[in-house]
Ligand binder design. Structure first.
Ligand code: ATP
Length: 249
């Protein structure tokens, strides 16, 4: 881990600190005081039933939801009220639930567009793509194929690769394993664990609570826009009452 650049938060500060966030879609008050943190090197899972507000929480960090109370500090920057592109430029990678491959664009072009969007200087594009291929060497033979015609698992790798391309420090991942074959989902989950072990912060929204608990360092459970439980994943795994109460496992 390198020392923080001037103006950035110190390295032991959370990469993401969400405090008392009130999030709205128009008049609909969805997030009702959500607080959570992600440290460098940590994989944190955000769990909860459908409609609990998990996606909205991630979107609030990315400037896609109206935040009318609380604070969000990401990679040392106060991001409330900033445009999504600006947030991304602080090294915040976002993999939305819908992986959105543009038809007709090759894998290489996907990475180039992501690098342009993140304002990676042109001379550094090849190195940035090289770093993504270190994470997903499986994509190397497919660089010149239409990304929208790859398998679901490969498309998900491209989506994560795009989010990782800009010297990412914090990765926000929404329902990445949905619709993937179990073996591919497990492989993707292990990759995210490795990415966190290498020092990035990862916030993972996941429907598969069992898998998230296996993978994560810490867990938050959301219900109706409120964090109703949080703690170390290992302690939660060992407590069937907790699992039953919050996750109906
Ligand atoms: P899921 O797993 O179903 O995606 P979630 O926990 O991610 O669930 P959110 O997508 O954050 O839940 O939705 C939280 C609440 O906000 C739900 O009641 C949902 O209907 C509502 N909601 C989501 N998107 C919008 C929108 N664009 N406009 C208005 N309400 C929305």
């Amino acid at each position: 881990m390198t020392a923080a650049a001037p103006g950035r938060a110190p390295v032991d500060a959370p990469l993401l600190a969400v405090g008392g966030v009130q999030g709205y879609y128009g008049l609909a008050h969805v997030l009702q005081g959500v607080s959570l943190t992600v440290q460098p090197g940590e994989l944190v899972a955000l769990l909860g039933r459908n409609g609990a507000g998990k996606t909205t929480t991630v979107k609030a960090v990315m400037g896609m939801v109206s935040v009318r109370g609380g604070h969000i500090c990401a990679a040392g920057h106060d991001v409330v009220g900033l445009a999504t592109e600006r947030v991304a430029q602080f090294g915040i990678g976002y993999v939305p639930e819908d992986r959105r491959m543009f038809p007709g664009l090759t894998v290489r072009e996907n990475f180039r567009l992501a690098a342009l969007g993140a304002r990676v200087p042109k001379g550094e594009h090849a190195a940035a793509q090289g770093r993504v291929l270190e994470v997903f060497p499986q994509l190397e033979p497919h660089l010149d194929r239409d990304a929208s015609r790859l398998s679901g698992g490969q498309q998900q790798m491209v989506a994560v690769g795009r989010a990782l391309i800009c010297g990412t420090r914090l990765l926000l991942v929404d329902e990445i394993t949905q619709g993937l074959a179990p073996i591919i989902a497990t492989e993707m989950a292990r990759t995210l664990r490795r990415v966190a072990d290498e020092g990035l912060g990862v916030l993972l929204v996941e429907q598969n609570s069992q898998m998230a608990l296996e993978l994560a360092d810490r867990v938050y459970v959301l219900d109706q826009g409120v964090i109703v439980a949080s703690g170390e994943a290992a302690a939660m795994r060992a407590d069937p009452t907790w699992m039953q109460q919050y996750l109906q496992l």
